[in-house]
Design a protein around this ligand. Structure first.
Ligand SMILES: [Zn+2]
Length: 259
């Protein structure tokens, strides 16, 4: 049900990336679909979310989710947002593909199926963040935008921030259309190796691109941990939009600091 990464497995910090197992949704959302925006039974999604919150020992009234539109806007989450989007789609906050907070006992939540989850933690200024980086968010450098927002809002130093790059479409499987490759090529002219060509197809390395984006804004290479799990390969373990032809659920990435 829950995947944890070693670099964020710290006292007082709650984080997880969910897997497909342990929920009650029926196929093609089986079983731990956590998104109310899929055509799944909302009661099943509510139960699935309740199971995740219980497993992490967090109160649903302290979870926060915003709309996700493949943008690069960063929202500073504050006490007044507590519970928005936690158990009901209608209360989801307006779109922001990255959330940051310095409040303790608030848990930032976002959904994924092939897009890259990024989790952020600054132990010095005591702040956390989550970002949704598909190819569009990656081209828009949402990882760098999140780090800059943490610096501006909380005084975080990029060199103090740890970042996890979670499971997503991997460079082994993630072939992209020519017009997408063109956008990536121009955004990553400083790192042409994020694209590769095999059998006449162009593949995008979301992990390397996000890592490059983060390092460019001052995150230390040794503070970036990638799970290196390809969701298309491992669609039995993680929801994959690509592997399912679009009919599937969403897993979640979540982070927050206990009181
Ligand atoms: Zn793969």
């Amino acid at each position: 049900m829950l995947l944890r990464l070693a670099s964020l497995d710290l006292p007082g910090l709650v984080h997880a990336i969910t897997t497909r197992d342990g929920g009650v949704s029926a196929a093609p959302y089986a079983s731990l679909n956590l998104s109310f925006s899929r055509p799944d039974d909302p009661e099943a999604v509510r139960e699935n979310r309740a199971r995740v919150y219980a497993a992490l020992e967090i109160d649903p009234r302290r979870v926060v989710q915003a709309g996700q539109i493949h943008g690069a806007d960063v929202l500073v989450v504050e006490e007044q947002h507590a519970g928005r989007g936690a158990l009901d789609r209608s209360l989801v906050l307006p779109p922001a593909d990255a959330l940051i907070t310095r409040e303790t006992n608030l848990y930032l939540f976002a959904c994924f199926a092939d897009c890259t989850p990024l989790l952020f933690y600054d132990p010095v200024s005591r702040a956390v963040g989550v970002a949704h980086a598909g190819w569009q968010g990656t081209v828009k450098q949402i990882g760098a935008a999140t780090v800059r927002a943490m610096a501006q809002t909380f005084g975080s130093r990029p060199s103090d921030i740890s970042v996890v790059i979670g499971p997503s479409a991997g460079p082994c499987c993630y072939n992209v259309w020519p017009h997408v490759a063109d956008e990536i090529r121009s955004a990553f002219s400083f790192r042409p190796d994020v694209l590769s060509t095999r059998d006449g197809q162009t593949f995008f390395d979301l992990w390397a691109a996000n890592r490059a984006t983060l390092e460019a804004v001052g995150v230390q290479p040794e503070r970036i941990e990638s799970s290196d799990i390809c969701t298309i390969h491992h669609h039995d373990r993680f929801f994959s939009h690509r592997a399912s032809g679009g009919r599937t659920g969403r897993f979640a990435a979540l982070i927050g600091m206990r009181e």
